[in-house]
Design a protein around this ligand. Structure first.
Ligand code: GAF
Length: 403
């Protein structure tokens, strides 16, 4: 059976008491608290985050919860209810945690412990028990949720006095250096810093953040997430190749990052790039940053419907210029638009994962049906479709007395 079915169908994010109970069963002791960190979708601004650019994610109601207790003996024990082998506890000594180990899913929380300690923070041992309903490998940031919930729990228990964005940076370092995936800062910042009812406008150069009200229901609309069930992975080569291509583009143009190429000067900039493979990558990043700015303007002006075509443009750019879409993602966009959706695009890293579809609320069912039928007609695995509203970022879910 597909584990991802079980995870998404068991919606546990709002049940910290059950996670605390799971901790007692696994470790036989009391947890000190339960923490939660959400997955995310990105509304617009894809692959811009490692180019010092703009992104606009919001947190999903799906989250990873962790029941945690500190330990005085320097042992780090990690257990996941969604682990490959249920019941297995991964055990490490905190002072021996270092890049180069390979413990599967446990690399994410172990990497966070390493990143915190490597930055000079005093973090000792702990027992952690995780339960997640963020679909895994679906481009919805299950990795960032796992990292951020670990960082926040240890932060609170060891009283580190850091801000959410600082924890996000440390989690990104864990993913880049410990896990070995060359990802940007968007997902961890989304999980750590988003607020309910808002999308997060983030400038990834200085991490300046603005909470942008995003209440589609008030405008009679809905955003659907369509998980194509095509698994994606970031540590495989393609993500890194795109990143290297962007860096080559910035070097060819003599700028610190592609963020510094103005949209008005795009054509002139493209003329100065000799490498025909690099040129479209640059075009995507520069136009995508511009699209984020347009979406911000439209939302600020209350012209919510008008973001639809901008999302569609973004998809075309990711498909044709950045070349990270796939047949399933393209079909979501095509079939949902044909059924009356206002806009649609792939979201996240690409090569599978999920798409978002903006619809008038009263057409949600018809659009969902059309997407499902198109997948069946193409012989693709049935997609998972759910509506997404902006949820809260990482937080403590219960206190010592409350667990
Ligand atoms: C993945 C990465 F983890 C992010 O940093 C970002 O680059 C995204 O792909 C694409 O926008 O989610």
């Amino acid at each position: 059976a597909d584990r991802r079915d079980t995870i998404a169908d068991t919606f546990v994010a709002d049940d910290p008491a059950a996670v605390a109970e799971g901790f007692r069963t696994v470790y036989g002791t009391e947890p000190a608290g339960v923490w939660a960190a959400p997955g995310r979708v990105n509304l617009i601004g894809e692959h811009t985050d490692y180019n010092d650019g703009f992104v606009m994610p919001f947190a999903l109601p799906h989250a990873t919860l962790a029941a945690v207790a500190p330990r005085g003996d320097g042992l780090l024990r990690l257990h996941s209810a969604s682990g490959e082998v249920p019941g297995d506890i991964v055990e490490l000594r905190v002072d021996e945690v270092a890049p180069g180990r390979r413990d599967g899913w446990a690399d994410y929380p172990a990497g966070v412990v390493w990143a915190l300690r490597d930055a000079g923070h005093t973090v000792g041992g702990a027992d952690l028990h995780f339960v997640s309903d963020v679909p895994h490998g679906a481009g919805l940031s299950s990795s960032a949720a796992l990292e951020v919930v670990t960082a926040l729990a240890l932060h609170d228990l060891y009283e580190l006095g850091l801000e959410g964005w600082e924890l996000a940076r440390l989690c990104q370092r864990a993913e880049n250096v410990y896990v070995g995936a060359p990802t940007g800062i968007m997902d961890q910042t989304a999980s750590a810093c988003c607020t309910a009812g808002h999308a997060l406008f983030l400038d990834t150069r200085d991490l300046a953040r603005r909470q942008v009200p995003f209440d589609l229901a008030a405008h009679g609309m809905q955003l659907l997430v369509v998980d194509t069930r095509v698994q994606h992975a970031h540590s495989d080569g393609e993500y890194g190749k795109r990143r290297a291509g962007c860096e080559a583009g910035a070097a060819a143009l003599g700028v610190r990052a592609l963020r510094d190429v103005p949209h008005e000067g795009l054509d002139a900039a493209l003329d100065r790039i000799e490498d025909a493979e690099v040129r479209p990558l640059v075009r995507h990043i520069v136009t995508e940053n511009h699209r984020v700015e347009r979406v911000i303007e439209l939302l600020s002006a209350g012209e919510v419907r008008a973001i639809g075509p901008v999302l569609v443009e973004g998809h075309a750019s990711l498909r044709d210029d950045f070349r990270i879409s796939c047949a399933e993602l393209d079909l979501v966009v095509e079939s949902s638009l044909a059924a009356g959706a206002l806009g649609a695009r792939m979201t996240g890293g690409g090569f599978g994962g999920s798409a978002i579809v903006l619809v008038d609320a009263d057409t949600a069912d018809a659009v969902t049906k059309a997407v499902r039928e198109s997948f069946a007609g193409a012989g693709f695995t049935a997609p998972r479709v759910f509506p997404a509203t902006p949820a809260a970022g990482a937080r403590r879910r219960s206190s010592p007395s409350g667990v």
